[in-house]
Design a binder for this molecule. Structure first.
Ligand code: GDP
Length: 296
């Protein structure tokens, strides 16, 4: 189920409840069941949905609501708050400071949109007066360095990489070192994604992280991966200290549920979303407007 459909289903469930003359336990349960179904179809993890349902029932105790209170409003508000809570891990991610060197490492599976997102992230900051630089530590995928080089050149962002060196840890360390010496304030390290969640990939991420000591590790996730989101995010989180999430491909047939799962698995906030292939199709992620839109 795509995001717009999810919003539609939830709005319909709330509307149906609003149409009922009396809102009793049965009506509330029907409404919550509808919403549960919609969330599950949007690939939100089962456990998250179940917890949300339990929480809402706890908050909305129909017997306790004094006569005259607007029960519908209370229930709507509870659903809104629960969805916000699912997307807000409670602590903000590390925020780099302009003029002060920060190293930001990107991780994620091959095809997730990592390389594109590295450039978008760099370009976003460059437009705000930062001095970003890109390091290509993906020596696994043929063409990875060329892709980063092309993107970086287009955006006029300095880059570092090698056609001959096969050790990603060495390249990452050298690139970061070089750009630190040259006083860049946002050093972005693109890493390999390979194809699967292989042990070797996670070991490589651990080593690159150890060599570059990133201030922030960003997990990049394709919004269409569905129920696999939780396990994938958790696997990365177990190897490196993921501190933020970027969800890509929110244009097109994006499913919303994966984002909720990635937040739950990494206990990190979504900070940006990718909304297209172009450099400027990149938006700051804000929980409340996102949920408002979701609820229609
Ligand atoms: P990587 O293997 O993770 O580095 O992925 P790439 O950056 O090479 O991206 C894989 C494909 O996804 C490319 O064709 C990108 O243009 C595309 N892509 C990346 N981000 C987005 C996005 O937000 N929206 C859309 N529609 N395509 C994207």
């Amino acid at each position: 189920m795509v995001l717009a459909e999810l919003g539609g289903s939830i709005s319909r469930a709330l509307q149906q409840m609003s149409n009922a003359t009396v809102i009793d336990e049965k009506v509330l349960n029907e409404c919550l069941n509808e919403i549960t179904r919609a969330l599950l179809q949007s690939d939100v993890q089962f456990k998250l949905v179940r917890d949300m349902q339990t929480n809402i029932k706890k908050i909305v105790n129909l017997d306790d609501l004094a006569a005259g209170h607007n029960k519908r409003k209370i229930i709507q508000q509870a659903i809104f708050n629960e969805l916000c809570k699912m997307l807000d891990p409670g602590k903000p991610s590390f925020i780099p400071k302009k003029g002060k060197t920060s190293v930001v490492m990107f991780v994620g599976l091959q095809g997730s949109g990592k390389t594109t997102t590295c450039t978008k992230y760099a370009y976003y900051h460059q437009k705000k007066g930062w001095r970003p630089a890109l390091v290509c530590a993906d020596t696994f995928r043929a063409g990875a360095f060329d892709q980063l080089k092309q993107n970086a050149t287009k955006a006029k962002i300095p880059f570092y990489g090698s056609y001959t060196e096969s050790d990603p840890v060495k390249i990452a360390a050298e690139g970061v070192e070089r750009f630190k010496e040259e006083n860049y304030d946002l050093i972005i390290v693109d890493t390999s994604g390979r194809h699967k969640q292989e042990a070797a990939l996670f070991e490589e991420m651990r080593q690159v992280s150890e060599a570059t000591k990133p201030d922030l590790v960003i997990f990049v996730m394709d919004s269409s991966i569905g129920q696999a989101a939780f396990d994938q995010a958790q696997a990365f989180k177990q190897s490196v200290s993921v501190g933020a999430v970027i969800v890509t491909k929110m244009d097109g047939h994006a499913k919303g549920g994966g984002a909720l799962s990635a937040v739950a698995a990494t206990k990190s906030p979504v900070i940006f979303i990718g909304t297209g292939e172009h450099m400027d199709e990149f938006e700051v992620f804000d929980v409340k407007p996102f949920v408002s839109r979701l609820l229609g």
